[in-house]
Design a protein around this ligand. Structure first.
Ligand code: ADP
Ligand code: MG
Length: 679
């Protein structure tokens, strides 16, 4: 793949600017596609101008002056055979005044607006017309760019790339012709230089066959790469664990509840995976409170009964403690040895834990990402369970997989439901199980949207709830940009609450506390010693205190929908009716209003995630910052669902019949996507 640094025609500064755009090789440059187009292929008579159109005209300057009222402006009149048009410049250089001298012939391009004297253009681009000036033969592309790289220079660079013989076809004709798609080369030529008769709107909506061809190619590359990962996994050995004969049934007998049908179904899927000779990589999805933990526990017991160890990794200390307590309650009666690796352990305890992990005495090991540090050695790791998987990066999950020999089975759990299009694309290499029903007897949570102006009323509500033996969370505003500010806000909110409620016990928990402190605060809230817990979004995942029935979330408009849904899921865990109050700051923007409306109207995690995908794109939903997965650049999972379906069905055919083309196709698309993480 030609690196852009090897293209002789490119200067050093150009190369540096292209790299700033994330473009490193010729494929990346070719696939840097226009945002929109301007039409400089025709000249419109001034008489035929239409309000709002961006249009090109040509004529002679018949008047030019600098006016000072209402503010300084350069005003000129351009005349052609059919009429006159005003040109207005609010910022201008002396050179521009000179360029607009009366008598100059100009070709201008701009948007037609209503002005004082009929139609006008504000800041049109102007070109002097000489004897050889010709109209463009193609629409002019406008690309995403960076400061220092002008459109003409970028266009020139792309034109150079288009002439480098790098447009060979990767797919067999029988595949792309089936969908009436043009060739790859024709598609790129048409998108970088569309013919004048192309429909601008269809082009800009990315709905032409050329756009679709490229989006299809990109989705296809993603499908192929996922299939290859999947196939690779099936070629690796893993230990096979026969279904549990004693431990699982003993556990189920000891529970005060029966599994839901959905839990039984996914438990069977996982049980089957563990009997297989290649490592499981299953994603267990289930809304908050759907009961994923017990299912994971059953998988752990099957592994343990076969003589292997299990690691359970969760993203926060609070959550690992909760898992530890729960597992202890379930598994201690079965004589299972559990080790808990925590940041608050004394050195001596930690050494002792590490020892039991290394000699195999610890059958179940619970911890945060501390689990994959080098000092942690397992004797026989058979299964790695990762709770709230979207909180971990690909690298972290990989590291845990390398802790076992042969590769351990992996069970990932998430309460952030993954819309179908996402699981078909980004998660296509995983097997997915869904718990789609909540245990019986839950009372639905009432959600209220209340303006911050009614804060007094809300404080009163919190007081009443707490004085009546219930407990409440007060979630501080999210300040994503700054951890320092976040901390400050949490402390301020806490002090406000202390002042407001002298009669209540108030706790504070935030992400920067030491693990021991956090544990103490959570323990006090768990036992009911504190009644009100002021918290940052650290409580978003997994925290389970059934007596808490009221939650107030400040500045709800700043949070993502899935995040709000997770937070809200912290209440409604007990028998009492629960309420979640979303406080918002006036005035809400249109989008903020639309988002809050969704969370207010729906308690269906899938619907909420789908809406989140629609409003914010896949990156936010997947926590891309840590996911390390290359994102789609051309295809849009909202708009291109049909292409995704097509790519999915074509991937199998290609893999079986055209292995050579598959490699070529992956080479083109994966190298232009930047570095590809091998999942
Ligand atoms: P999540 O899927 O959000 O991790 P948990 O596994 O923490 O949910 O389960 C939520 C609560 O529901 C726990 O207290 C758990 O013991 C309880 N639970 C799980 N399954 C059932 C069931 N089938 N019937 C009743 N309660 C259940
Ligand atoms: Mg959970």
């Amino acid at each position: 793949m030609t690196n852009i640094a090897e293209i002789k025609a490119f200067s050093k500064p150009l190369i540096a600017n292209l790299q700033k755009l994330g473009i490193n090789n010729i494929q990346g440059l070719l696939l840097h596609l226009p945002l929109r187009y301007i039409d400089e292929t025709r000249i419109t008579a001034i008489r035929d101008l239409r309000l709002g159109d961006s249009t090109q005209c040509e004529g002679e300057i018949v008047h030019a002056e600098v006016t000072y009222k209402p503010r300084k402006a350069l005003i000129a009149r351009l005349e052609d055979a059919s009429g006159q048009l005003t040109l207005r410049f609010l910022n201008f250089y002396p050179s521009q005044i000179a360029a607009l001298k009366v008598g100059t012939k100009l070709r201008i391009y701009g948007e037609v607006r209503n002005g004082f004297f009929g139609y006008e253009m504000v800041h049109p681009t102007c070109k002097a017309v000489g004897a050889q000036t010709v109209v463009s033969e193609t629409l002019t592309p406008v690309y995403p760019t960076v400061a220092g790289l002008t459109q003409p220079n970028l266009r020139k660079a792309i034109r150079t790339a288009l002439n480098q013989n790098a447009l060979s076809e990767t797919l067999p004709a029988s595949i792309y012709q089936r969908f009436k798609f043009p060739t790859f080369a024709a598609s790129l030529q048409a998108l970088h230089n569309p013919l004048p008769d192309a429909d601008l709107q269809t082009l800009e909506d990315r709905a032409t066959l050329e756009w679709q061809r490229l989006a299809f190619d990109e989705l296809l590359a993603q499908q192929l790469s996922m299939r290859k990962h999947h196939a690779r996994r099936r070629s690796i050995d893993a230990s096979q664990f026969v279904p549990s004969k004693q431990l699982v049934s003993a556990l189920l007998k000891s529970l005060p509840f029966a599994l839901t049908t959905a839990q039984q179904k996914v438990a069977l899927e996982i049980e089957h995976d563990l009997t297989q000779a290649h490592p499981m990589q299953r994603l267990l999805q289930g809304d908050v409170g759907s009961g994923k933990t017990i299912v994971a526990c059953m998988a752990a017991l099957q592994t343990i009964e076969n003589g292997w160890q299990v690691a359970l990794m969760a993203p926060t200390e609070i959550l690992t403690e909760q898992h530890y307590r729960k597992m202890l309650g379930w598994l201690a009666p079965l004589n299972i040895q559990i080790a808990w690796l925590t940041g608050s352990q004394s050195k001596k305890d930690r050494t002792a834990s590490l020892e039991t992990i290394a000699n195999g005495k610890a059958q179940l090991v619970i911890g945060t990402h501390a689990l994959f540090q080098e000092t942690v050695r397992f004797k026989k790791l058979g299964l790695a369970i990762i709770d709230e998987q979207h909180r971990f990066g690909v690298q972290q999950r990989l590291a845990l997989r390398q802790k076992g020999q042969p590769e351990p089975h992996q069970l990932m759990m998430t309460a952030t439901p993954i819309p179908r299009t996402l699981s078909m694309s980004y998660y296509a290499d995983l097997d997915v199980s869904v718990i789609d029903e909540l245990p019986p007897g839950r009372t639905p949570i009432v959600t209220k949207l209340i303006s911050d102006e009614r804060r007094e009323e809300i404080l009163q509500r919190v007081r009443e709830a707490c004085l009546h033996g219930n407990q409440a969370y007060w979630v501080c505003p999210l300040i994503e940009e700054s951890e320092v500010l976040q901390l400050q806000t949490a402390n301020e909110t806490y002090n406000l609450m202390l002042n407001e409620f002298p009669e209540l016990k108030v706790g504070l928990v935030h992400g920067r506390m030491k693990p021991v402190e956090k544990q103490a605060v959570m323990a006090a809230f768990n036992t009911g010693e504190t009644q009100l817990l002021v918290a940052t979004t650290v409580i978003e995942v997994g925290v389970d205190v059934p007596n808490a029935s009221l939650m107030v979330i400040e500045h709800a408009e700043r949070m993502g929908l899935s995040q709000l849904h997770q937070l809200r899921g912290r209440v409604g865990r007990g028998a009492v009716k629960s309420t979640c109050i979303l406080l918002y700051q006036k005035k809400l923007s249109e989008t903020a209003r639309a988002r809050l409306k969704i969370i207010y109207e729906s308690d269906d995690g899938f619907a909420i995630a789908q809406a989140d995908l629609h409003l914010r794109g896949p990156g936010e939903l997947m926590g891309v910052r840590q996911s390390g997965v290359p994102m789609l650049k051309i295809a849009d999972l909202d708009r291109d669902v049909h292409l995704l379906e097509m790519a999915k069905s074509m991937a199998d055919e290609l893999l079986s019949k055209y292995p050579f083309e598959v490699e070529r196709h992956l080479d083109r698309w994966m190298s232009s996507a930047g570095e590809l993480v091998k999942v």
